[in-house]
Design a protein around this ligand. Structure first.
Ligand code: ADP
Ligand code: MG
Length: 254
């Protein structure tokens, strides 16, 4: 029997995954033979120069894309080869997403957006889940905003709604792709503190793609990608150390 990802302390895992585009001499490796796991209760940052494969890795782990080669697990379920319908259901039930562009539904108010993950799963939040949503609203300072629509909120407030939405279903893992990319530095810090406290205080597991060394300095673990491969797997680093590492990767790639 294979060791399960959960027995390795992992909430998501890829083994020998490759993602290749084009044929023959024109073949581009977006990801090349990557094996890595996202640890439970850990805030992991995925860094690397533009084009290094960060988004591809996140999309494969989240079942948003399928690898050319290799295997992918979400929790203890191997998702390699699952069809779209099964993948969509797994994503809705087990993953929270936070995007640079917030991705709130403009026609729904804040509470409507927070209830959406449940409704997409074909049900209403039960009493305990509604209680959790209310607690998140309070914790994220969104009281008095629940009947506002996204365009009536600041960028920082919209991202807090998106984080609350990602946390509401208690997902196994949250994937965040450049979550502070559209925010000013003060608001970014707030959002990073929220993600940090979701890990430290609520035991959430977060994988965050970023190219911002300050954002990555909030993480417990930093994976550096270059040319579709993981070139460094590090514990927490300062923003200065991360900048220096990024600079060396960019110089090596140039
Ligand atoms: P990052 O998120 O680190 O900027 P990506 O994962 O988006 O990098 O892309 C990694 C590499 O794969 C890049 O060289 C990119 O040009 C290439 N790539 C990504 N998607 C496609 C695609 N649909 N067709 C061809 N090449 C792609
Ligand atoms: Mg990207």
């Amino acid at each position: 029997m294979e060791t399960k990802p959960s027995e390795m302390g992992l909430v998501a895992r890829v083994a020998n995954v490759g993602k290749y585009y084009g044929e023959g001499g024109h073949r581009v490796a977006a990801l090349d033979d990557v094996s890595i796991g996202i640890r439970r209760g850990c805030f992991t940052a995925i860094m690397g120069p533009s084009g290094s494969g960060k988004s591809t890795l996140m999309h494969l782990m989240a079942g948003l894309d399928t690898p050319t080669t290799g295997r992918v697990w979400l929790g203890d379920d191997e998702i390699t080869g699952l069809g779209d319908a099964a993948l969509t259901q797994l994503r809705r039930r087990r993953i929270g997403f936070v995007f640079q562009s917030f991705n709130l539904v403009p026609t729904l108010d804040v509470m409507g957006n927070l209830r959406l993950p449940f409704e997409l799963d074909g049900r209403k939040p039960d009493a305990a889940e509604q209680e959790r949503i209310n607690a998140l609203v309070n914790y994220l300072g969104l009281d008095g905003r629940t009947t506002h629509r996204p365009h009536e909120l600041s960028g920082g407030q919209q991202q807090r709604v998106a984080i609350a939405r990602a946390l509401a279903t208690r997902p196994d893992v949250i994937f965040a792709d450049e979550p502070t990319g559209a925010l000013d530095s003060r608001t970014s810090r707030e959002v990073l503190r929220l993600l940090r406290s979701a890990v430290t205080e609520s035991g959430q597991s977060i994988a965050m793609v970023t190219h911002d060394p300050i954002a990555a300095s909030h993480a417990d673990r930093i994976l550096f990608l270059a040319d579709g491969r993981i070139v460094r797997d590090s514990g927490a680093m300062t923003a200065e150390q991360i900048s220096a590492t990024m600079l060396s990767l960019e110089t090596a790639a140039a």
